[in-house]
Design a protein around this ligand. Structure first.
Ligand code: FAD
Ligand code: MG
Length: 309
């Protein structure tokens, strides 16, 4: 192991991780960012809804953020995956630290920030994966406007898709493709009708097409849409939170790391932010979260220690 004990290791160097790093760098703290480079929105060519960056390629936003953060001399970058994390128990609580390990490296820090994002679990429909972020989306606010009020299909994954189907008529004429995921009851059918949503019961066989998304149904028909929406559950990107025994909260789409208002997890000295801690995700929220986590980790360095506040 290197002699350096970083003030903070940040695992995840996307919007959330970089936003935390910026605050810590500006406090002249020694920071290591470990990043595997698998941003959740890497499938999309445009990012929307983040002021000053509306319509910009999400890779460009991330690259610009990284360049600005790496201008600070106290920040190091490690490209790779962190696989292990543990508390190194020292006799003196004040000198306790956290060890993070990857393939051939090991680094230590006094505080840890998990900015891990999440992994989307996409519906198993032929042709969907290739069109994720291009013709198939999960967030109407991110991608609805660009469909120019064309026809929209909602591929149901569960009863939760009802909410998406009821929202989407604001972006274009909407069809709910039930795909046998659930069977709406009379009140739900009435609510859909009141919003002008068409309901399609035939199974979805595949998605084809380039300019449009053509949905092939099991009964032989093909329906063309400007865009499709599907709710994707998500899972954690790594077992690092579990290795630390962190508490989780359950949401309808997946588990998120439990944090307090200052983004500290159930383990003192360990912070988490961005998509890993909230089910409703966006670049703006990830940046805001991590900005707070960066400040909170900095404050925590001035008092207490790992695992005992
Ligand atoms: P991420 O951006 O997912 O970054 C997490 C980083 O941590 C990744 O680089 C990952 O590789 C790294 N990482 C994870 N585990 C490890 C490990 N063990 N070791 C090393 N590195 C690790 N939001 C918008 O506001 N506007 C949009 O237009 C928009 N479009 C989207 C389109 C699609 C298709 C999707 C799926 C999402 C979209 N989002 C959009 C949501 C947006 O992508 C997320 O809210 C945002 O990326 C969250 O930032 P984050 O930093 O928390 O996580
Ligand atoms: Mg986008």
């Amino acid at each position: 192991m290197r002699d350096t004990i970083y003030d903070v290791i940040i695992i995840g160097g996307s919007y959330a991780g970089l936003s935390a790093a910026l605050q810590l760098a500006r406090a002249r703290r020694r920071v290591l960012i470990v990043d595997e480079g698998l941003r959740r929105n890497r499938f999309a060519s445009h990012s929307h809804g983040f002021i000053t960056q509306d319509g910009v390629d999400p890779a460009v936003i991330a690259a610009q953020a990284r360049a600005q953060v790496m201008n600070y001399a106290t920040v190091d970058w490690l490209a790779g995956r962190a696989d292990g994390v543990q508390l190194a128990k020292n006799r003196e609580p004040a000198s306790q630290h956290i060890e993070v390990t990857g393939g051939a490296w090991r680094h230590a820090s006094r505080r840890l920030i998990l900015a891990l994002g999440v992994t989307d679990i996409l519906p198993e429909i032929e042709g969907l994966k290739e069109r994720w972020g291009r013709h198939v989306f999960h967030c109407p606010y991110c991608h609805g406007y660009e469909l120019n009020q064309g026809r929209i299909g909602v591929i149901a994954g569960s009863e939760l898709s009802l909410h998406q189907a009821l929202m989407l008529p604001d972006w274009g004429p909407t069809t709910l493709l039930l795909n046998q995921a659930f069977d709406p009851h009379a009140d739900q059918l009435a609510a859909l009708a009141a919003r002008g949503v068409a309901v399609e019961r035939s199974l979805v066989k595949s998605i084809r097409g380039d300019a449009d998304a053509d949905v092939e149904l099991a009964d032989g028909r093909t329906l063309s849409f400007s865009g499709l929406f599907a709710l994707a559950p998500f899972k954690t990107t790594t077992s690092l939170p579990q290795q630390l025994g962190l508490d989780f909260d359950e949401t309808p789409l997946g588990s998120i790391i439990r944090t307090d208002a200052m983004k500290e997890t159930s383990l003192a000295g360990v912070f988490a932010c961005g998509d890993a801690v909230r089910a409703t995700a966006s670049v703006a929220l990830a940046v805001a979260d991590e900005n707070l986590a960066g400040v909170a980790a900095h404050r925590s360095l001035m008092s207490g220690g790992i695992a005992h506040g």
